[in-house]
Design a protein around this ligand. Structure first.
Ligand code: SF4
Length: 455
């Protein structure tokens, strides 16, 4: 069989697809373009990020392919946690782990929507950009309320002997041993020692603030998330300001060069006082002895309530221009008065992009019709591999015809959440090695898939 594939987005999003393809060795595998896509028997697309459904729609349009025709179209990747917007494009949607069920999905045995959890994980090494990437774990034992990783996937680890084999299989020196929280692996220390013994250098640097001592990166990346103690508590990452200050103090004492801080703006209930508290926190850090030469890198993102998390029904304030707010908070030229070296990241999604993100993650099957209309009227387009919005007013005008922008960005209730076709039992994430599929596709009104028991 001829299998075509395409992963949208950055190279390091390609791990999942590479892992799946490694299990399909008996087939001929081709990376496809819109021109070549029709010459294979099955097409696999990986949509990792919310923007990728727009790229998928564009690809399908340009290739002239249609669901139900030849070749069979299969979509997987992290962003299929709401599989419903994908239904008009795909013959089958794989959510969760694809590597063990893809054969049967390709063979047409699992039409519609399929969920699966692989347990235990098998190590796999994927080399991109001179870095060998090896997955340590899936899911997360913590329960940050906004985090889809924790609520969508149960926690599982790759056994150490598997990791050792994967490390030995690559000649590359730089290795990214990745997981949502890499230090959580029960053999974390042993794995780092193994890397040293094999002459490998770990380049993964994400870590929780309260596990910083387990990493020796020069500029570790930590998720602070909320601007204030109150907001951090509200998302179940209750770091106090004192805790953050002592972590920086310790980092300076250890000779680290800086700290990369992920922040989420527009968390529910955010007020001006939260920004003020964040300013005071940064000022206090600037007064720590020895902080000259220490670099703070606050990196903003805007809140996007993810399906299947406790915050899935929350509203966003798309109309707030957080890009401008963030820039004016840090100031320019003379207005810039930080005692610590500050290299804040400045890219934040615009109001229009936030609307597009909510449309792609919260929509039902109407997504395809809206996307077609937006594209035809040139309100959105693809440029440089990204979706772009050319007119916010045009976007709002079209959405008004479908019920108004609030339908996707406002506070939702259980009955207006298409992704509820997927249910996970009481534990927030499915457990065990389970696969469930509905024959013939599922409609908006069809029954839920209960994918796994309590874990
Ligand atoms: S934000 Fe990080 S620590 Fe929190 S649940 Fe997600 S992966 Fe785990």
């Amino acid at each position: 069989m001829k299998i075509g594939y395409l992963t949208f987005g950055r190279d390091d999003f390609g791990y999942g697809m590479a892992l799946c393809l490694s299990r399909l060795k008996e087939h001929e595998i081709y990376r496809v373009t819109p021109k070549t896509a029709r010459y294979v028997d099955a097409l696999l697309f990986s949509c990792f990020w919310w923007e990728h459904i727009y790229l998928l729609a564009d690809f399908i349009r340009r290739s002239g392919l249609k669901k139900g025709d030849h070749p069979r179209i299969i979509v997987g990747g992290f962003n299929t946690f709401n599989p419903v917007p994908f239904f008009p494009y795909a013959d089958a949607v794989v959510c969760g782990d694809g590597e063990e069920i893809l054969q049967s999905v390709i063979a047409g045995e699992s039409p519609g929507y399929t969920w699966n959890n692989v347990d235990p994980l098998m190590a796999f090494c994927h080399e991109t950009n001179k870095i060998a990437r090896i997955e340590l774990a899936r899911g997360c034992k913590y329960r940050c309320r906004f985090c889809a990783v924790a609520h969508l996937k149960p926690y599982r680890e790759t056994p150490v002997d598997e990791i050792e084999q994967a490390l030995k299989s690559t000649r590359l020196k730089r290795v990214s041993l990745f997981a949502p929280e890499p230090t959580m692996h029960s053999a974390d220390k042993e794995i780092t020692e193994l890397c040293h013994r094999l002459g490998k250098v770990r380049v993964d640097s994400d870590v929780r603030l309260d596990r910083l001592s387990k990493r020796d990166d020069s500029v570790p990346r930590v998720g602070i998330e909320g601007l204030s103690e109150r907001l951090r508590k509200s998302v179940n990452k209750p770091y106090s300001n004192g805790r953050i200050i002592s972590a920086v103090k310790e980092a300076i004492a250890q000779g680290r060069k800086g700290l990369f801080m992920y922040m989420i703006l527009d968390l529910p209930g955010e007020q001006d006082e939260d920004w003020q508290e964040f300013r005071e926190l940064l000022s206090k850090i600037g007064k720590l002895s020895g902080c000259t030469g220490f670099l703070l890198k606050p990196s903003p993102s805007v809140f996007m309530p993810s399906p299947h998390t406790p915050m899935e029904l929350d509203e966003i304030h798309w109309e707030r221009d957080y890009g401008e707010k963030w820039k004016s908070f840090f100031g320019r030229g003379e207005d810039r008065k930080w005692e610590v070296m500050m290299a804040e990241r400045s890219r934040v999604f615009s109001p229009a992009m936030r609307i597009l993100s909510m449309l792609s993650t919260r929509a039902g099957e109407e997504f395809a019709e809206i996307e077609t209309e937006l594209t035809r009227s040139k309100i959105i387009g693809i440029s440089g591999g990204r979706v772009k919005c050319n007119s916010l007013s045009g976007l709002l005008r079209i959405l008004k015809r479908y019920g108004g922008v609030d339908k996707w960005t406002g506070r939702r209730d259980e009955t207006s959440a298409p992704w509820k076709v997927v249910t996970f039992g009481n534990q927030g994430a499915p457990a065990g090695n389970s696969a469930a599929a509905l024959g013939g596709g599922i409609s908006k009104t069809s029954k839920s898939i209960v994918a796994g028991a309590k874990g």
